[in-house]
Design a protein around this ligand. Structure first.
Ligand SMILES: Nc1ncnc2c1ncn2[C@@H]1O[C@H](COP(=O)(O)OP(=O)(O)OP(=O)(O)O)[C@@H](O)[C@H]1O
Length: 265
C-alpha cells in the first residue's frame, strides 16, 4: 500500500495540496481523476519523490520515502510523468533501456536486453525500436515512454496521463494491459485519467481530486455516479451502465454559455 498522511504542498503562497491523507491499495488499478489543476500530477510527483515533500509523510509498502535510498525506491516504484522536453537524439531502444538502469547500474545483461525488447514489443513499437524519438509521432513517443516505465519492472507503476496522444485502439490496449498486469502479477498501478470512461471500464479503485483535496474515493461503481461527477467537474454528466460497469455520458447538447457558467461555479 502507499500511505499518504497529512501531505500539504505550496508553491510560493499558493496552496496546491491541502491536508491529503490517502491509502492507495496494493494489487489494484487505481485511477486518479479530477479537473485540470486539481493537484493530481503534484501528488504523483510527491509520491515518486520528484518533488520535495514539504509537510506530511508518504510510505511505499511501509518504506518512508524520505528515508529510502534512491536505488531502493527505483526498484519499488516507476513513474511516467508528462514529458515536455524529449531528448530527441535518443533511439527508442536507448530510452527504454534507461528503465533497466536500477537493475544493472550500467552493465546490462541478457535478461535486461530481453526485458527491453519485451517492453518495446508490448507497446507495439518493435519495427521502430531503432528510430530516434524526434522521428516518431506524439502517440509513438508516448508509447516509448510507457515501455521505459514498464521495463523498470517495479511493483508500483505511477502514470500521469498515459492515454495522451494515444488513438482509441492503443488507449484501449494500454488500459487492458494495465488491468492484466495488476490481475496476473499483483503489481499496483496508479494512473491519472482524464477520459473517465477508461477509468469506468478498467479501474478497480477511483480517487477523485478537486482544488488540492481528495473529493471522493472508492470502487468505480460507487464513485462514478451522476451527482458526484457533475459536482467534481462542474458540468452536467449522466451515468448509464454497460457490461455491468458505469458508462459516463457527457455528449448531451447544452449551450456553451450554460456549460461555462457551471464550470465557473
Ligand atoms: N511551477 C508552478 N508554479 C505555480 N503553480 C503551479 C506550478 N506547477 C503547478 N502549479 C499549480 O498547481 C496546481 C496543481 O497542478 P497539477 O499539475 O498538480 O494539477 P493536475 O490535477 O495534474 O492538472 P491537469 O489535469 O491540468 O494536468 C495548478 O493550479 C497549477 O496551476
Amino acid at each position: 500500500m502507499i500511505r499518504i498522511e497529512s501531505v500539504q504542498h505550496h508553491i510560493g503562497p499558493a496552496p496546491i495540496l491541502s491536508d491529503i491523507s490517502l491509502e492507495l491499495p496494493k494489487g489494484r488499478l487505481t485511477a486518479l481523476i479530477g479537473p485540470n489543476g486539481a493537484g493530481k500530477s503534484t501528488l504523483l510527483r510527491l509520491v515518486a519523490r520528484l518533488e520535495r515533500l514539504q509537510a506530511g509523510r508518504i510510505a511505499v509498502d511501509g518504506q518512508d520515502i524520505a528515508r529510502t535510498p534512491t536505488e531502493t525506491l527505483a526498484r519499488s516504484l516507476a513513474i511516467m510523468g508528462q514529458h515536455n522536453n524529449v531528448a530527441s537524439r535518443l533511439r527508442v531502444s536507448e530510452l527504454v533501456g534507461f528503465g533497466r538502469w536500477p537493475h544493472h547500474r550500467g552493465r546490462p545483461r541478457a535478461a535486461d536486453h530481453a526485458a527491453v525488447a519485451a517492453a518495446i514489443e508490448a507497446v507495439d513499437l518493435g519495427p521502430l525500436a531503432h528510430r530516434f524519438l524526434d522521428e516518431l509521432s506524439g502517440g509513438q513517443v508516448q508509447r516509448a515512454f510507457l515501455a521505459m516505465t514498464f521495463a523498470q519492472d517495479t511493483p508500483w507503476v505511477l502514470l500521469d496521463e498515459p492515454l495522451n496522444n494515444l488513438d482509441m485502439a492503443h488507449a484501449r490496449a494500454l488500459m487492458a494491459r494495465l488491468a492484466g498486469v495488476v490481475r496476473e502479477s499483483g503489481r499496483s498501478v496508479v494512473t491519472v485519467v482524464h477520459e473517465v470512461n477508461y477509468a469506468a471500464a478498467w479501474a478497480d479503485h477511483i480517487v477523485a481530486m478537486k482544488n488540492g483535496r481528495i473529493f471522493a474515493q472508492g470502487p468505480a461503481e460507487q464513485v462514478l455516479n451522476e451527482a458526484l461527477l457533475s459536482e467534481l467537474y462542474g458540468t452536467p454528466i449522466e451515468v448509464s451502465s454497460h457490461d455491468g460497469r458505469p458508462l459516463v455520458l457527457h455528449h448531451h447538447a447544452h449551450s456553451e454559455a450554460e456549460l461555462m457558467i457551471r464550470v465557473a461555479s
